[in-house]
Design a protein around this ligand. Structure first.
Ligand code: ADP
Ligand code: MG
Length: 335
């Protein structure tokens, strides 16, 4: 026979390429796991742009020994148990693929402790194989350390970008989480240097830290509702930026979405001058039933069930926020 079933380890390595495209996707998955575990503080540390080591430490719920020993196996998740759960999903994860993919193409250590366990536990998985598992003293929460990404897939390792580029891509993703989850304390350390240390704060504080060039005094925060949709964020009352800075989130997930971007530009249509753009952070919340979550893990796209409703809600809300106060003319009648 010419046709053979591929070895599981080959399947895993191929599948890993779908989830893990670079250091930034490792960091994205690990931060999402920390948020799903209700972490209030997340520390991301990179060595050599993360190509040598990525470490993500959280103070979330943690895992006990039994869960830790299976968390890196394929299709293991605590987030859904049936297909129908997908229609009401509130977590980032659900595929049970991230830790499996990451651990298939790296040397991964996970240290975790739940609040009720007397001890923490640690596992090390090298190229998908559990090499040790032992009790260890640790704080409540989880730390994942990923070393030598793609060490066993030289062809992929070659395609990692330079440390500087990987590091920049991680930073961009990290910043999106900081803008989205204001209630979480985020720390980013690159080669022992603290790049961000952002305690929980409001959106304008975060914008100030992340975009020092944006004049914060020209920004207006907002919060509006319509039926079961809610829109929060901040917008610039004029256009100034050299390039478009419209940063969108849907149900706390960073997305790149044409409907939302066009709605923003439609709202600013009277104010657009050549070479000038608005600065907008847009956070749309809507019933998960009204979006399609079953998209590819790496894709930042989102599909709305009712595109037109979303477009009009965003455009009209922003238009109202941008409307100049009407100066009422008072005519004093002469007697
Ligand atoms: P998914 O997030 O899709 O469930 P993952 O492979 O990312 O799949 O994680 C597998 C499981 O491991 C999760 O469902 C969760 O139960 C557990 N887990 C992973 N990371 C953490 C973490 N930081 N804190 C607590 N549990 C975690
Ligand atoms: Mg996950």
């Amino acid at each position: 026979m010419k046709i053979k079933r591929l070895d599981d380890s080959v399947v895993s390595k191929i599948a890993a390429g779908e989830v893990v495209v670079g250091v930034h996707s490792v960091v994205k998955e690990l931060i999402e796991n920390a948020l799903d575990a209700k972490a209030k503080k997340i520390v991301v540390e990179l060595i050599n742009g993360g190509k040598s080591e990525v470490k993500v430490k959280d103070d979330g719920e943690g895992m006990d020994e039994e869960d830790l020993k299976v968390c890196f196996l394929p299709h293991t998740t605590s987030k859904i148990s049936s297909f129908s759960d997908l229609s009401n999903l509130s977590s980032f994860g659900f595929r049970g693929e991230a830790l499996h993919s990451i651990s298939s193409v790296s040397k991964m250590r996970v240290i975790s402790k739940t609040a009720s366990a007397p001890f923490g536990h640690e596992i090390e998985v090298v190229a998908g194989k559990l090499v040790y598992s032992r009790p260890i003293h640790s704080d409540v929460g989880t730390t994942v350390i990923v070393r030598d990404l793609f060490f066993n897939v030289p062809a992929r390792r070659k395609f990692l970008k330079s440390a500087a580029v990987e590091s920049r891509m991680v930073t961009e993703i990290f910043e999106k989480f900081c803008l989205s989850r204001l209630d979480v304390h985020f720390v980013l350390v690159r080669d022992q240097q603290v790049v961000y240390d952002l305690a929980a704060s409001d959106l304008l504080e975060r914008v100030k830290a992340i975009f020092p060039d944006v004049p914060v005094q020209s920004l207006k925060s907002f919060e509006v509702e319509h039926k079961d949709m809610q829109l929060r964020g901040c917008l610039s009352l004029n256009t100034f930026a050299k390039r478009g800075m419209v940063i969108c989130f849907v149900n706390d997930r960073f997305v790149v979405n044409q409907t939302l971007t066009s709605a923003v530009y439609a709202a600013y249509s009277d104010m657009l001058e050549k070479g000038k753009h608005p600065f907008v952070v847009l956070k749309l919340s809507l019933n998960p039933r009204n979006i399609d979550v079953n998209v590819h893990p790496q894709k930042l796209e989102v599909k709305f069930v009712n595109e037109e409703d979303v477009f009009k809600f965003v455009r009209d809300s922003l238009r109202r926020l941008l409307a100049k106060p009407i100066v009422r003319q008072i005519h004093v009648q002469e007697r």
